[in-house]
Design a protein around this ligand. Structure first.
Ligand code: 1PR
Length: 549
């Protein structure tokens, strides 16, 4: 097998990249010392997390000069995400840390006054010349394909500037901002997006780099010429061990996952399929992300045997979209008494193929502490530590709220909303109470308090469930989603209640949610992810289509 070298210098999920490269028939060799770069032919610099952290690590390991020499020698080089950013002079993210300086420009943060930041999701990488969309592109990029981006800083695009220096540039647009999505010159290719997480479209780019196909003239006219972020559809798998000890995908009604036997609740755990098989099925149906929630995470088991690790390893070999894992991300004591921090647990998941981890119960406890301390950060919470090590985009907070009806806003100290759905005694006011342990325990904290606290701690995204809506097939809780969107800048994923494709259209029409998630309707086979996307496209929304070749 031909070999490709990857720089091993920084924490992060490089497992997906390795999986993608191996799928394309290449072998990965790790560069562990600067001297080894000299012997590399094709070199890839994967990058995650902070610009400063990444560049400082490279500098401390004495990798910068050998990387520059590799590029100057004309040998194939590919930078991914922060690996693209490293080619530039510097970034607003860490102004005192220099980049490689190959390109004398700096990265800027996206403006968050009109949109969520980080920019997370599927967007284009298109070449435009003299205001005209080009049909051909470099390294297998296609004008009608979408690629997975996750970043807060980008290179603002100025027409002609990079091209004057011989670069081919593909751009994407987020809100009003046009930025560099990918660029190439001679032996160098760099992508702001993650090709290893961009399905078939991304594999094509890595494949073109590995086989040295710099320019391909394609006869493709995009059917949809609109630029911008697509509507992100996520399939969620709640996983637990059933009474026979098998790991199954299950799904509750308002978090109760046991079959109703017709007489009383409390039957067998619902078994809707095998986690890896379902994840593959949803990937092939066009899911933009797959989320696994280990919903019996509060049970103790030896850490190395965490059942979700194997599920991630197997899934990430064939599912090339972002994978999130939640449940049990907290400080743990192993069965032999060894202590592990939440960061250690998260690291095991990232190494097994997760791109993001999702924290539920522990986030609520951390938020309570945050308010007790008068809103001060300690740097010691799981959110802060994982976000610092892996970047905020890797940290999702999963929220499990319940509605609490009150007579008037004055009858509670919590943030209330006026609701169109009155309570049992005709109340038109309610607040959303946070719960932990999968809804088993309610806490004295409202959702607004929680999301603002975790945003301050460095969470990158909110997965917003709603216990009242979960499994009801009655549509998303629009009031809750609007309220949370108004409270934070980070992206919000609407979850709970989806029963048909129309509910997805409704949530995108009536709220500014960044993504929407479904579970039961997909597991029961009532609709496919593709049904949802087809419906959204008919309603005029931009969606990513699943590519097969
Ligand atoms: O607290 O950090 O260990 O994380 C536990 C995680 O497990 C949390 O993210 C919590 O939401 C989840 N969880 C715990 N118990 C349950 C349960 O159902 N008994 N599932 C549970 C939460 C909710 C959604 C569901 C949507 C969409 N599942 O993820 O997928 O509501 O469903 P629908 O489209 O069928 O309505 P920690």
């Amino acid at each position: 097998m031909p070999t490709v070298h990857l720089l091993d210098y920084v924490a992060g999920n490089v497992r997906s990249l390795v999986n993608a490269i191996e799928k394309l028939g290449y072998e990965v060799a790790w560069i562990k010392s600067p001297e080894e770069i000299e012997h590399a032919e094709k070199l890839i610099l994967p990058g995650v997390g902070h610009f400063g952290h990444c560049l400082s690590q490279l500098s401390a390991g004495n990798f910068l000069e050998p990387v520059k020499k590799h590029i100057e020698a004309g040998k194939p080089f590919m930078g991914i995400c922060v690996g693209l950013q490293a080619l530039f002079q510097g970034s607003e993210e860490d102004p005192n840390v220099p980049g490689l300086g190959l390109i004398p420009l700096r990265l800027k943060k996206f403006d968050d006054s009109d949109k969520s930041v980080p920019h997370i999701g599927w967007n284009s990488a298109r070449t435009v010349q003299d205001g005209k969309l080009q049909q051909s592109n470099f390294y297998g990029l296609r004008p009608d394909s979408k690629y997975y981006y996750v970043h807060s800083y980008a290179v603002p695009y100025e027409a002609g500037l990079l091209e004057k220096e011989g670069w081919s540039v593909a751009t994407a647009q987020y809100g009003e901002e046009v930025f560099v999505g990918a660029l190439a010159r001679g032996n160098v290719l760099a992508t702001q997006f993650h090709p290893e997480k961009s399905g078939q479209a991304g594999l094509r780019v890595i494949g073109a780099f590995l086989s040295g196909q710099q320019i391909q003239v394609l006869d493709i006219s995009p059917t949809d010429t609109r630029d911008g972020l697509t509507r992100r559809i996520i399939a969620c798998l709640d996983v637990r061990t059933n009474d026979q000890g098998d790991l199954v995908v299950t799904k509750g009604d308002q978090y109760d996952v046991r079959e109703k036997d017709g007489v009383s609740a409390g039957g067998q755990v619902r078994n809707l399929g095998k986690p890896v098989d379902l994840a593959k099925r949803y990937y092939q149906q066009g899911a933009d992300e797959v989320t696994f929630l280990n919903i019996t995470s509060f049970r103790n088991c030896p850490l190395k045997d965490l059942p979700m690790l194997e599920i991630l390893r197997r899934t990430s070999r064939s599912v090339f979209v972002p994978l999130t894992i939640g449940g049990g991300i907290r400080d743990m004591v192993d069965t032999d008494g060894t202590k592990f921090s939440a960061l250690d647990v998260a690291t095991m998941y990232f190494k097994s193929g997760a791109d993001k981890i999702s924290i539920g119960s522990d986030a609520v406890i951390a938020a309570e502490e945050y308010y007790k301390r008068g809103k001060t950060l300690t740097g010691t919470t799981a959110i802060e530590q994982i976000s610092k090590a892996y970047g905020k985009q890797a940290v999702v907070v999963s929220v499990d709220p319940k509605r609490v009806y009150v007579e008037s806003p004055e009858s509670t100290s919590h943030h209330t909303i006026k609701t169109a759905f009155s309570g049992p005694n005709g109340e038109d006011t309610c607040w959303y109470q946070c719960t932990i342990k999968g809804g088993r325990e309610a806490r004295d904290l409202d959702v607004r308090q929680l999301v603002q606290a975790v945003e301050a701690m460095g969470a990158g995204e909110i997965l917003l469930n709603c216990i009242d809506k979960d499994g009801t097939n009655s549509g998303f809780d629009i009031e809750l989603i609007r309220d949370v969107k108004a409270a934070v800048k980070i992206p919000v994923i609407a979850s709970s209640g989806a029963g048909n494709p129309g509910h997805f259209a409704e949530v995108f029409e009536k709220t500014t949610t960044d993504a929407a998630l479904g579970a039961g309707m997909f597991h029961r086979g009532e609709y496919t992810v593709n049904d949802v996307k087809t419906h959204l496209a008919e309603r005029g929304f931009l969606v990513r289509k699943f590519e097969t070749d």
